[in-house]
Design a protein around this ligand. Structure first.
Ligand code: ADP
Ligand code: ZN
Ligand code: ZN
Length: 820
């Protein structure tokens, strides 16, 4: 009997592919191992074995594999199960999930580009003959495709050679262009506890009489730490060396002797009181109660929602739960949205858990991601706790005890492009099931879905309604700018109220955050004579004015041109700008407060290497007085000295054309408000709006989450949206306008035949052309009680028929389950 394996290829294929293997290979291979296999005319891919069996494929002759790439599985059985869930739930192929789940270097294929790593010394003697040949080839031709290497070395089995060079860090594949990011790590030392008593201290000093330099270091340490509250705190090594004049080796010998204890802390340089955040953290009574409620909820339920207002000390509760899970030998995943994964939070957690924390960040290089993957797979000591963004749910956990999804309401947990278009929070709940782990969702402003689930006892619910240290919630004041305009009390985009409070805050040497949910200058240029605004030639949007570069730019495709002096349509020089962006707020501020330092945080200013961290630390160190920013400023940052938060214009948020706009505006405004007054002094939030009576603005100002929840839920019920209806969005796109249009009509009609009134569209989205491709959307609503899997099957079938129609060739379809 011949032997076969099924292989998941990293391609959008409906099925696994079957290859033939020898008996020996069949005995060696296990699901989750990688194999190199031929596919198509002449291509080679790395695929994952999903099954070893003896059933020949029916419709094609199984080809033999090229070779086996692993000795033990790289992918666990639990991961394979999850891939299959993600593929079927989000209607994509397992191959697409595989691509999202494994770091690129694991998936060499014929098109992969190989280069030598930069700045490494290559020791020829440490290379095998094949490796040597390949290195030599790469030295003469700076980069080679794997196809070319196969020809060059005149052999088919080159992947192991490349894998081995990559592992030795001598070669890199598909070198990504983005820059590496590393949280700043600082070395600290403190006196070993055993010298805390006077007697032993004296003994030590006597002993050090013979080592005057070391003695000097100890005295300097006293000097520095005496200034801090408790006199025995840790001190930066760099500071100690500088003040004592001692060399690194003197300090090192004190560490080696055990006199000093070394701590490596990913610290961001701010007023972070290490002593209060040491290992023996004490929860206050409210946190303690919440912790107990969570634990008892976990006894009967797998998922629990922690609704804790901003600054209530949720992180500390997480810490306690994490501690417990790892003390039971379990792994922990702490999921965060991209922008909330800051040096600040990393520092806090590393401080508690030291080297057991591993960080998985999209700004990490692929090689670092490979390392994280391997450490988790091997369940290393250094990989008990993974703090990571969305894609970390795909790591090869073994024995996960706890998943925390912090800021669970964040929309960036959803991946939009490419497939798999998964939601990391929802997938985390499934991961929890597969791994038998508990899942804690945390937020100050939970998503309507999660709160609904908790409200209906599908999840546990725990409330934490007090800020830590009884810091008061900020006072929230609504400023009616329609009225202010009428009374001529506006200076540019600033009301007299806001200016007054900014002045007051600056006078007291406190800081201000101003929030405007749009980057750029005055986004849109408009002709006063004919009304024309310059458009992007590739997309159906107006170009946005950026004063810094004096350009008009497209935020969808990056197209840009110089700022125009005259209208391009009628030559009139009378151009004006419409709308308000962060850059204009910044410019107006600079004119109003010329003696103060103003910073701006948005996509444009945080692009460069560590741009984001730089702005945050400048603000922490109070080198910036006023920080203007987009929603980047709303996330989990803990600044001590911010008294005033100003929301420049609430209306741009509220008027967003999306059924979630109100929920999101509430969340965003409350989150940004939470940045004010995180210490004893009460903070102030000013919301400028043309609609002071808007229910959402009112609910923000009174901090009424429940009211918002009830009201929004009612609207969702009336208009048939989640959580009452599930949504599947089908987008058509293509270069030929009429094909897209006609195809969309055909598809919508077929869907309506089956799903009747639950099909909306086809409709052009607000931006109907991007990079010269036209878009049209159809929305299918699925009522509670209608089988999701049957619905998907039917949609799948209709799409199959659609794809078979010649007239619509070139029209692509994209399916998005739970699209918003
Ligand atoms: P949240 O995540 O709920 O917004 P944080 O966890 O950031 O709140 O806590 C707010 C502040 O209170 C932080 O500066 C944190 O260090 C401090 N804090 C919270 N709980 C404790 C505690 N038990 N002991 C000492 N400090 C705490
Ligand atoms: Zn004009
Ligand atoms: Zn464009």
């Amino acid at each position: 009997m011949p032997f076969f394996i099924n292989v998941i290829l990293p391609l959008p294929l409906e099925k696994h592919f079957t290859y033939s293997v020898s008996k020996d290979e069949a005995q060696f291979l296990k699901p989750g191992m990688r194999v190199a296999v031929p596919f198509g005319k002449s291509k080679i891919y790395t695929g994952i074995v999903s099954e070893v069996h003896q059933r020949p494929p029916e419709v094609y002759e199984a080809k033999p594999i090229e070779q086996i790439l692993d000795k033990t599985p790289l992918v666990t059985a639990s991961q394979l199960k999850m891939w299959s869930w993600v593929a079927s739930y989000y209607m994509c192929s397992e191959g697409e999930v595989l691509r999202a789940a494994l770091p690129g270097p694991f998936l060499l294929e014929s098109e992969t580009i190989v280069q030598l790593a930069k700045d490494v010394e290559i020791d020829d003697d440490a290379l095998s003959d094949d490796e040597f040949l390949l290195v030599e080839a790469l030295q003469t031709k700076s980069s080679l495709k794997i196809n070319e290497i196969i020809q060059l070395l005149d052999r088919k089995t080159v992947l192991p050679i490349i894998n081995s060079l990559v592992e030795k860090k001598l070669a890199v594949v598909n070198q990504e262009i983005y820059e590496q990011y590393k949280p700043k790590v600082e070395r600290f030392v403190k006196l070993h506890d055993r010298y805390l008593e006077d007697a032993s201290m004296h003994e030590l000093l006597d002993e050090l009489n013979r080592a005057p330099k070391q003695r000097e270091v100890i005295f300097t340490l006293f000097g520095i730490s005496a200034k801090s509250a408790k006199g025995k705190s840790s001190v930066k090594v760099s500071e100690l060396a500088k003040k004592s004049g001692a060399s690194a080796s003197v300090i090192k010998s004190l560490i080696d002797k055990g006199v000093l204890e070394e701590l490596k802390i990913g610290i961001s340089r701010f007023s972070f009181d290490l002593e209060n955040h040491g290992k023996n953290l004490q929860l206050n009574e409210y946190q303690e109660k919440a912790l107990q409620e969570i634990e008892s909820s976990f006894e009967s339920q797998d998922v629990c929602l922690l609704h804790g207002i901003t600054s209530s000390g949720k992180t500390e509760i997480y810490v306690k739960l994490i501690e417990k899970a790892i003390s039971q030998g379990k792994q922990v995943l702490y999921l965060l949205p991209e922008i909330a994964l800051t040096a600040q939070l990393i520092a806090r957690l590393q401080n508690y858990f030291g080297e057991q924390v591993l960080i998985f960040h999209s700004r990490y290089s692929v090689n670092e991601r490979v390392e994280v993957y391997q450490s988790v797979l091997q369940n290393k000591e250094t990989a008990r706790i993974v703090i990571g963004v969305r894609s970390s749910i795909f790591l090869p956990f073994h024995d996960l005890g706890l998943v925390i999804v912090d800021e669970e309401h964040e929309s960036t947990f959803k991946q939009y492009d490419p497939a798999p278009r998964y939601h990391a929070r929802d997938t985390a709940v499934v991961l929890g099931k597969l791994q038998d782990a508990k899942v804690l969702l945390g937020s100050a402003t939970p998503s309507l879905e999660s709160y609904y689930n908790a409200d209906h006892s599908k999840y546990g619910l725990v409330n934490l309604a007090r800020r830590y240290g009884d810091v008061l919630l900020p006072e929230i004041e609504i400023v009616d700018i329609k009225e202010k305009h009428r009374k001529k009390r506006m200076t540019g985009h600033f009301s007299d109220r806001l200016l007054e409070e900014i002045k007051e805050t600056l006078k007291n040497k406190e800081q201000v955050i101003l929030f405007q949910n749009r980057r750029g200058f005055s986004p849109i240029l408009e002709c006063n004579t004919c009304g024309h605004s310059p458009q992007c030639p590739n997309c159906d949007v107006s170009l946005t004015y950026h004063s810094h570069s004096n350009q008009l730019r497209c935020h969808y495709c990056g197209y840009h041109m110089a700022m125009q002096q005259k209208c391009m349509a009628c030559d009139s020089p009378e151009l004006s700008t419409k709308g308000l962006g962060t850059e204009q707020v910044e410019t107006e501020l600079k004119a109003l407060f010329p003696d103060h330092k103003i910073g701006r945080m948005d996509l444009d200013t945080t692009r460069g290497k560590q741009g984001y961290e730089k702005i945050i630390s400048a603000f922490e160190e109070e080198k910036i007085d006023i920080l203007v920013g987009t929603q980047m400023v709303t996330k989990g940052l803990d600044f001590r000295n911010v008294r005033l938060v100003g929301i420049m214009n609430a209306d741009t948020l509220l008027n967003f054309p999306d059924f979630r706009a109100h929920e999101r505006s509430f969340q965003l405004m409350l989150q940004v408000a939470g940045r004010a007054g995180r210490t004893q002094k009460r903070g102030l939030v000013l919301i400028q709006t043309f609609n002071p009576h808007h229910q959402i603005v009112q609910q923000v100002s009174t901090n009424s989450y429940h009211e918002m929840y009830k009201e929004q839920l009612e609207e969702r019920r009336n208009y048939k949206y989640p959580p009452f209806y599930r949504l599947i969005k089908i987008s058509l796109k293509g270069r030929d306008y009429s094909r897209v249009n006609e195809g969309a009509d055909w598809l919508a009609l077929s869907l309506k035949n089956t799903f009747r009134e639950h099909v909306l569209g086809p409709e052009f989205p607000p931006v109907a052309r991007i990079r010269n491709e036209y878009y049209k959307n159809i929305l299918v609503k699925i009522p509670q009680g209608q089988s999701l899997s049957k619905t998907k099957k039917l949609i799948g079938r209709i799409l199959q028929s659609f794809k078979a129609i010649g007239a619509y060739r070139g029209v692509k379809t994209v399916i998005n389950v739970d699209p918003y």
